[in-house]
Design a protein around this ligand. Structure first.
Ligand code: PEP
Ligand code: MN
Length: 289
C-alpha cells in the first residue's frame, strides 16, 4: 500500500497531506465552467494582464489572448504590491470588468483573493480563485477557501517547499473543496539574474506526489518577458498541465509587471511553439493551431 495512504492512527493522519497525496495513476481533473478542464489531456493556457487597468485594456487583452488560443483570462483586481504606494488594483470595479471581458470573449476568468472579506464577491464573479504566493501559507484564508464554491489555484510561496505547498493545498481539500490546482511560480534563491528561480523540477516532483493538476507561471518566475518563451516550453516538456502567462497590450505603460508581460504578438508566437511542444508530449492545446 502506498505510504501516503496508510491508515491514520487514533484519528490522526499518518502523513500531512493524505487528501493531496497521490494514491494511483488517476489524476484529478478540475472542471472550470463551459466544459473547460485543467488536469486532463489538454494543456490549459491562462493569459492576460497582471492587473485590470481599464475597460479598454482588459477588453483588448482578452481579444488578443483569445485569438491566439488561450482558454482562460487572468487579471488582478486586488493586487499584492510590495509598496503600499504602488497601484493596488481596481478592486470590485476591476473584477466586474474582467467578468465583462470574459463573457464577451467566452473565456472563464481567474483573479486573486487577498482578503477573505472579498470572498463572496470574488466567488460571485470569478470562475477560479487565485491564492497568490504571499498567501500560500495564510491558513485562515485557506480554510475559508475550503468552503468556497469555486476552484482554487494555489501558488507556491517564494519560500515554501513542495511538501509545504501540498500541506497548504490540504487545508483547502480538508475543508471540502476538492478543486485545487497547484502553480509553480518561482522561488527565492541567491540567484539575482531572474526575479525568482523557476523550480522546474517541482513540476515532475509534484506530478509524482499529488493527483492535483500542476501548472507553471513563468512570468513571475522570470521577471522579464525575454525568458517567457524558453521557460514556457520547458514547463510543458516537464509535464505541466497548464501555464499562466502575463500578456499586456502595451507593456511599457502597464501599471504592474510590465517588464515581464508579453506583447500580444509575442504571445501569439509563443502559442504556436507551445502547441508544437504539447504535441511532442502527446498532449494538445485546444484553441491553438
Ligand atoms: C500575480 O499573479 O499577479 C501575482 C501577484 O503572482 P504571485 O502571487 O505569484 O507573485
Ligand atoms: Mn503580476
Amino acid at each position: 500500500m502506498n505510504a501516503v495512504l496508510s491508515e491514520p492512527e487514533a484519528g490522526k493522519p499518518s502523513v500531512p497531506y493524505m487528501l493531496a497525496g497521490r494514491v494511483s495513476d488517476e489524476k484529478t481533473v478540475v472542471n472550470i465552467s463551459g466544459g473547460i478542464t485543467i488536469g486532463g489531456e489538454d494543456v490549459c493556457i491562462i493569459a492576460g494582464p497582471c492587473s485590470i487597468e481599464s475597460r479598454d485594456q482588459i477588453m483588448e487583452s482578452a481579444a488578443h489572448v483569445k485569438k491566439a488560443g488561450a482558454t482562460i483570462l487572468r487579471g488582478g483586481a486586488f493586487k499584492p504590491r510590495t509598496s503600499p504606494y504602488a497601484f493596488q488594483g481596481m478592486g470590485v470595479e476591476g473584477l466586474k470588468l474582467l467578468r465583462e471581458a470574459g463573457d464577451a470573449f467566452r473565456m472563464p476568468i481567474i483573479t486573486e483573493i487577498m482578503d477573505s472579506d472579498d470572498l463572496a464577491v470574488i466567488e460571485e464573479y470569478s470562475d477560479i480563485i487565485q491564492v497568490g504566493a504571499r498567501n500560500c501559507q495564510n491558513f485562515s484564508l485557506l480554510r475559508k477557501l475550503g468552503r468556497a464554491k469555486r476552484p482554487v489555484l494555489l501558488k507556491r510561496g517564494m519560500m515554501t517547499t513542495v511538501v509545504e505547498l501540498l500541506m497548504s493545498a490540504e487545508y483547502v481539500l480538508a475543508g471540502g473543496n476538492r478543486n485545487v490546482i497547484l502553480c509553480e511560480r518561482g522561488i527565492r534563491t541567491f540567484e539575482s539574474e531572474t526575479r525568482n528561480t523557476l523550480d522546474i523540477s517541482a513540476v515532475p516532483v509534484l506530478q509524482q506526489k499529488t493527483h492535483l493538476p500542476v501548472i507553471v507561471d513563468p512570468s513571475h518566475a522570470a521577471g522579464t518577458w525575454k525568458l517567457i518563451h524558453p521557460l514556457s516550453l520547458a514547463a510543458i516538456a516537464a509535464g505541466a498541465d497548464g501555464l499562466m502567462i502575463e500578456v499586456h497590450p502595451d507593456p511599457d505603460h502597464a501599471l504592474s509587471d510590465g517588464m515581464q508581460s508579453l506583447k500580444p504578438e509575442r504571445f501569439s508566437d509563443l502559442m504556436i511553439r507551445m502547441a508544437q511542444m504539447a504535441r511532442l508530449m502527446g498532449r494538445s492545446i485546444p484553441g491553438s493551431c
